[in-house]
Design a protein around this ligand. Structure first.
Ligand SMILES: *[C@@H]1O[C@H](CO)[C@@H](O)[C@H](O)[C@H]1NC(C)=O
Ligand SMILES: *[C@@H]1O[C@H](CO)[C@@H](O)[C@H](O)[C@H]1NC(C)=O
Ligand SMILES: *[C@@H]1O[C@H](CO)[C@@H](O)[C@H](O)[C@H]1NC(C)=O
Ligand SMILES: *[C@@H]1O[C@H](CO)[C@@H](O)[C@H](O)[C@H]1NC(C)=O
Ligand SMILES: *[C@@H]1O[C@H](CO)[C@@H](O)[C@H](O)[C@H]1NC(C)=O
Ligand SMILES: *[C@@H]1O[C@H](CO)[C@@H](O)[C@H](O)[C@H]1NC(C)=O
Ligand SMILES: *[C@@H]1O[C@H](CO)[C@@H](O)[C@H](O)[C@H]1NC(C)=O
Ligand SMILES: *[C@@H]1O[C@H](CO)[C@@H](O)[C@H](O)[C@H]1NC(C)=O
Ligand SMILES: *[C@@H]1O[C@H](CO)[C@@H](O)[C@H](O)[C@H]1NC(C)=O
Length: 796
């Protein structure tokens, strides 16, 4: 009985933390006090309240929070004693006669004090902007809460050399967590992870220079502020506008529990907080998220996931920040006792014991085996110099699995252990799939078996690897940090637009910039001055809820080779999508105006493959594009490709679409895989086929939508295009002379291309356009390229 009462009581205390306050003061003067039971201070309007905030059963913190509950809960913006909550009874918050603010627990212990002192009359007031200020009647400020932020910065609150934001430990535990925002000695605003064992800076990225991050160390004033119109500016030149910029909504900048710095704006209508800016769209880039010896996997559907490395087990079953610990003993004095396990598309950042440029994989491994503390090696292709670099790791920390990483990681395990590990990469995929795809048990079982055999077949040794094959060619060229820069992509916030807003942005849909199956695309300028492409979808083909579900999934897809979706509009029967605008238009336009040299064509081939691979595989979204063609590949000012128009794509499970639910044939003549015509199951291989045709188009400059090779006309029937290329390739294979290949290459390149690279491109294109579905490679297949036919060819 007593237990029941206790439970009831604590539930009540948790869910209704603030309803028991009868009195509200507008200020506190010398000698007066607040207790947890009876009083709180309110700002004039009253936007904010200050008083005791319940943080647990009988635990309180002296806090400031928004008077109204949003998203069904109260939001605190400041706490005096976050790391030392006080009792509900006999706790007092005083303004002492000496001028000191004092918080005591159970009448005894001083838990917190302001260390102020004054003989004059004082008052403590909560201002409308959320600042709790202790001042004299003459207006002299002695103390203000704005000078001591916890995890939140409010508009106009100055962030200075003396302030620091510290995240909360968890969503329910408000005590200090592991992430900090601070001005560093050099005047740069940084984010740092300070875990139980390891400390590291994760923003701005340490591998890029301050200058290329758009910062400067030359201004030592160390001051930053978010103003009331949503514009943030720091003395190191870091600045941004929230996506809803303009004076109006309540905003707060918070260093969240997950280490991401975000700005939230209040949506009055829904009474909820919306993210209108965040520092990182890649949650796995934030250090310490999964602790050590683990991998972070970013899943657009469910967000971030952590898994232990093979051979390791979770230290604390309820808390990932503790990471994983070895489940094995490693013998150090016998270098023959341990070996390496390859983890595909995995990168571990930092903690290098040794860095050895341009060495063989064998030499890299034996270097690691020399050291007892070496836990694994990252063997990474250096794009700038065209060789492999070896990084031997002492700590396996910040592990991140993403298809953006072409190179594998090798972790060191005892040989005995290695023998028992099943294919680790397969496991990752299976885990991913089983999390996302909601299927009932009996069906799921069947499906996993199916997937297992599918993965076995694609993981086979020497399997064909589109991206790896293409990436090999990159070694001949220097490339700017564009791969890195993509990691810096800042999410500007996916949001809902009103129809009126988009009508205004597009000046009443006046400038048509494109037209496709899904609808017409208009150019426009959003209220925050961003230039956008606004796609007006023909007829609402789905219910609003269904539309929203699909759109928000699309909004979460994020890859440098996919067009970024900024938002949408669903109002009445209007359905619009808002995308980033690409200056250089479509690949189709550029290809036929002879703007593309060999290098650009190459990058377009590779980038498009990466974008599609992300759609197909990046942990389980399994999105098929279904309409890959040069008109849907857009180019940015650097001619980097971005795949656009997922209008026809549909979320799929790997088992292939149930064709009957896919009643309408999708795609564009010339690029459509044979499956569509023969009514075969539709899988990701339809995109692979279309991609192959696009490659042939890039190579030959011939439009595959019909016509005859022997005509002067530039267009050709797609199967003829394929067989023509195949013929010439076979001719070329037998001899030294490159002539047969030259015959199919677009004359617009004036013979200026790398013949070996071209051969690879043709080979990839032919493989992708095989009639036999199983003979086509997956958009990105497992493997490093090492040991595959192509890499061998490349090494000769
Ligand atoms: C307050 O008054 C005391 C005695 O009246 C005096 O000694 C002290 O200097 C004063 N302090 C301040 C800050 O004015
Ligand atoms: C909150 O986190 C701190 C620091 O990890 C810990 O000491 C404290 O016990 C936690 N509080 C609760 C209620 O879990
Ligand atoms: C340094 O930054 C502050 C605040 O942004 C600015 O007012 C000041 O002009 C800057 N100083 C220099 C030398 O750029
Ligand atoms: C923010 O918006 C203001 C006013 O619209 C504009 O002048 C400024 O350039 C913008 N800054 C950034 C970083 O977008
Ligand atoms: C795991 O972490 C939680 C929260 O930090 C802690 O309360 C618990 O005691 C830990 N468990 C173990 C087994 O260490
Ligand atoms: C490791 O194996 C090699 C070849 O089998 C052998 O020559 C070498 O002595 C072994 N090293 C140790 C420390 O056992
Ligand atoms: C890398 O090593 C190979 C063989 O050791 C050497 O021929 C080549 O010149 C090196 N490359 C660079 C860029 O140093
Ligand atoms: C592509 O962008 C470059 C650089 O901005 C420009 O010089 C070129 O004319 C553009 N091409 C097209 C087709 O718009
Ligand atoms: C395909 O879907 C239809 C209707 O949605 C259903 O009747 C049929 O059983 C499904 N076929 C398979 C093989 O799942």
């Amino acid at each position: 009985m007593a237990v029941l009462v206790l439970v009831l009581f604590s539930c009540l205390a948790l869910s209704l933390p603030l309803l028991s306050y009868p009195k509200t003061y507008t200020s506190l003067t010398k000698g007066s006090s607040l207790s947890t039971q009876d009083a709180l201070i309110s700002s004039p309007h009253p936007t904010f309240k200050a008083g005791f905030f319940s943080v647990g059963g009988n635990a309180y913190c002296f806090s400031i929070w928004y008077t109204d509950a949003y998203d069904g809960t109260y939001t605190t913006v400041w706490m005096a004693n976050r790391d030392q909550p006080v009792n509900g009874k006999h706790t007092k918050f005083f303004l002492q006669d000496s001028g000191n603010l004092l918080l005591t627990d159970a009448g005894q212990l001083a838990v917190w004090k302001s260390n102020t002192r004054s003989n004059s009359s004082l008052r403590l007031e909560l201002q409308e902007n959320g600042n709790l200020v202790l001042s004299t009647f003459e207006g002299e400020n002695l103390w203000q809460s704005f000078d001591f932020p916890t995890d939140t910065l409010l508009p106009v609150q100055l962030f200075t050399r003396d302030t620091i934001l510290v995240s909360s430990r968890s969503k329910t535990n408000h005590s200090s967590g592991f992430y900090k925002l601070y001005f560093d000695g050099d005047g740069i605003l940084r984010l740092r992870y300070e875990g139980p064992e390891i400390t590291s800076v994760y923003w701005p990225n340490t591998w890029i220079t301050i200058g290329s991050a758009g910062r400067t160390a030359s201004n030592s004033s160390k001051i930053a502020v978010l103003d009331s119109s949503g514009y943030f500016q720091s003395s190191d030149l870091f600045q941004f506008n929230t996506s809803d910029c303009g004076v109006g909504p309540q905003r707060r900048m918070v260093l969240d529990v997950d280490g991401d710095l975000r700005v939230y704006s209040l949506d009055k209508q829904s009474q909820s907080w919306q993210v209108t800016w965040q520092h990182s769209s890649e949650p796995c880039r934030i250090h310490g998220i999964c602790g050590s010896n683990s991998l972070c996997i970013n899943d657009p559907e469910i967000g971030r996931r952590c898994t232990c490395l093979p051979g390791y087990k979770m230290k604390n079953q309820t808390d990932w920040t503790y990471g994983c610990e070895p489940d094995f003993q490693l013998s150090c004095n016998d270098e023959n006792a341990s070996g390496f396990l390859q983890l595909l598309h995995v990168e571990f950042y930092g903690f290098d014991l040794a860095y050895l440029p341009n060495i063989s994989f064998e030499a890299c491994k034996s270097e690691c085996l020399k050291y007892c503390e070496c836990k694994g090696v990252q063997y990474k292709f250096n794009l700038d110099f065209g060789y492999y670099d070896c990084y031997a790791k002492t700590i396996l920390f910040n592990g991140y699995r993403s298809l953006n990483f072409p190179d594998p990681m090798f972790i060191r395990l005892p040989k005995v252990e290695l023998a028992t590990v099943e294919n680790p990469n397969q496991d990752f995929n299976l885990q991913c799939a089983s999390v996302v795809i909601p299927l009932d048990r009996t069906y799921k079982r069947k499906k996993q078996n199916w997937m297992r055999s599918y993965l076995w077949s694609t993981l086979g040794v020497g399997s064909f690897e589109i991206i790896c094959a293409l990436a090999y060619l990159f070694k001949t060229r220097k490339r700017s940090n564009s791969r890195m820069e993509s990691y810096l992509q800042v999410a500007t916030g996916f949001r809902k637009y009103s129809y009126a807003e988009l009508k205004k942005a597009s000046r009443n849909f006046i400038e048509e910039i494109g037209r496709g199956g899904g609808g017409v695309v208009y150019g426009g300028v959003l209220s925050d001055n961003r230039v956008a492409a606004i796609k007006y979808l023909k007829e609402a083909m789905q219910g609003e809820a269904e539309f929203l579900a699909e759109i928000s999934t699309m909004g979460r897809l994020n890859h440098m080779n996919l067009i970024e979706m900024w938002g949408y509009c669903a109002e009445g029967k209007h359905r619009l999508l808002v995308y980033e605008y690409m200056e250089n238009g479509t690949l189709a336009k550029n290809l036929y105006s002879n703007k593309l040299d060999w290098r650009k064509r190459y990058e377009i081939a590779l980038g498009t493959a990466r974008g599609l691979a992300y759609l197909h595989e990046e942990c389980l979204e399994w999105v098929l594009h279904c309409d890959v063609k040069p008109h849907n590949i857009l180019l940015d000012t650097n001619y980097q490709p971005k795949v656009a128009d997922f209008g026809l794509s549909k979320l799929l499970t790997r088992s292939g679409i149930n064709t009957s639910s896919f009643s309408r044939i999708r795609g564009t003549r010339g690029y459509m895989a044979p499956e569509w015509i023969f009514n075969l199951p539709i899988t990701s291989k339809v995109d692979v086929y279309s991609y192959g045709i696009v490659l042939l188009e890039l190579i030959t400059g011939r439009n595959p939508s019909g016509g005859n090779i022997n005509d002067d006309s530039n267009s050709v029937e797609p199967r003829r295009l394929v067989s023509w290329a195949k013929e010439k390739m076979q001719e070329a294979d037998g001899r030294e002379s490159p002539t047969p290949i030259m015959e199919i290459v677009d004359p617009a390149m004036n013979g200026d291309f790398d013949i070996e690279g071209m051969k690879i491109l043709v080979k990839v294109a032919l493989k992708c356009t095989e009639e036999d579905i199983d003979a086509r490679p997956a958009m990105r297949q497992a493997g490093t390229g090492k040991g595959s036919d192509l890499s061998r060819q490349e090494q000769e």
